[in-house]
Design a protein around this ligand. Structure first.
Ligand code: SF4
Ligand code: SF4
Length: 352
């Protein structure tokens, strides 16, 4: 197919020749050590992938540096995993060690495979999006710096996936990660009447609210927000920039646990609320770092081999989860009984 600028290019043109040759014909794979996977094909071909951590938002210079490593060791091929790790490919086992040495000499951590904490998938943050309740790269860097040893080792009971989304739109994988860091707003939007009447369409602004909290304010040629009905989703701000809802104290972070995508042993599942609110405290977000480390450590000590966070909580029960982690159970942990009467917890009857 000819080259066009419509849509993504055909990924098959970018596969390493050994992967292309054996596509769909793999016999098995093994994790040889932190960051090193070996895939063996039916044909007897072997390919070693070496995984290293990377940031999600990277510069052109960084990518040039990574490409140089790929040219030198990996036949010019590399890939980014869905959690922003780098993977290089080697067909000769003897070259694995020198590739790891090169990566480590350039400051790349090698790991993120098997029962480790791999890089945190995250969203755009304060710099790049308009509705964030927290930053993305900032808290992720602080949390991952603290959990670095879990990236370069495979000592946890099972894989532990962490995700961050800076608002409830959740462009990150927060709904399905073992531990999720989620930015939340706690105050309704502020209506800037002067500006609104000049820059926003009133009918579309009213229609943008999923809970019907916005109504017309003909006197001001603007709108009014019913605070009681507002769930601080930020949808109106997307339609109308004269309704900002970011607030230095109102905004912060919630922590969710127990989600996963994998259907290994138990079906995929959604994350559930563990901590309703932690303040935004840049540049190192100490409250968030401590909260995540606490959950990781209690899980690491208490879970059985191959139990993901959600499976562990299922076995011990939510009551024990709150007890063991020392996390306070609050009214925010009770699900909305109006919107989801049949599916979610709607009472406070825990068996502590
Ligand atoms: S999660 Fe929300 S604030 Fe963050 S990038 Fe996505 S839409 Fe923007
Ligand atoms: S933040 Fe969401 S719920 Fe609140 S008024 Fe805007 S659209 Fe409605």
């Amino acid at each position: 197919m000819g080259k066009t600028d419509i849509g993504p290019p055909d990924y098959k043109t970018m596969l390493h020749p050994v992967i292309k040759k054996n596509y769909g014909q793999w016999k098995y794979h093994e994790i040889l050590g932190p960051g090193v996977l070996m895939h063996v094909a039916e044909s007897g071909d072997k390919i070693y992938s070496v995984r290293a951590g990377s940031g999600r938002l990277v510069s052109t210079d960084f990518i040039r540096g990574v490409c140089e490593i790929a040219d030198k060791f990996s036949d010019g091929y590399l890939r980014f995993t869905s959690r922003h790790n780098l993977e290089f490919f080697v067909t000769d086992e003897k070259k694995v060690e020198s590739l790891i040495a090169e990566l480590e000499s350039k400051g790349f951590p090698v790991g993120g495979t098997g029962n480790s904490i791999t890089s945190i998938v995250h969203t755009q943050g304060w710099v790049h999006c308009h509705t964030p309740a927290t930053d993305a790269s900032g808290p992720v860097k602080a949390v991952m710096d603290d959990l670095y040893d879990y990236f370069t080792s495979m000592t946890l009971p099972a894989q532990l996936r962490i995700a961050l989304a800076c608002c409830l739109n959740m462009c990150g994988a927060v709904h399905c990660s073992d531990i999720a860091i989620l930015g939340i707003h706690r105050l309704p939007p502020k209506v800037e009447n002067e500006r609104l009447r000049n820059v926003c369409e009133i009918p579309t602004t009213i229609a943008s609210c999923p809970t019907g909290a916005i109504r017309a304010n003909p006197k001001e040629k603007s709108v009014l927000v019913n605070d009681e009905r507002c769930m601080y989703c930020g949808n109106c701000y997307t339609m109308c920039p004269a309704m900002p809802l970011a607030h230095p104290e109102g905004d912060g972070i919630s922590i969710w646990v127990g989600g996963k995508v994998s259907n290994k042993r138990t079906p995929p599942r959604f994350s559930k609320l563990a901590i309703p609110f932690l303040p935004n405290n840049p540049p190192r977000w100490p409250e968030v770092v401590d909260a995540v480390r606490n959950i990781v450590e209690v899980y690491a000590k208490d879970a059985r081999k191959f139990e993901r966070v959600g499976d562990w909580i299922d076995r011990i029960g939510w009551e024990k989860f709150f007890k063991k982690t020392g996390i306070k159970f609050t009214m925010q942990h009770i699900d909305d009984f109006k919107l989801a009467p049949e599916t979610y917890r709607t009472s406070t009857h825990f068996k502590f």
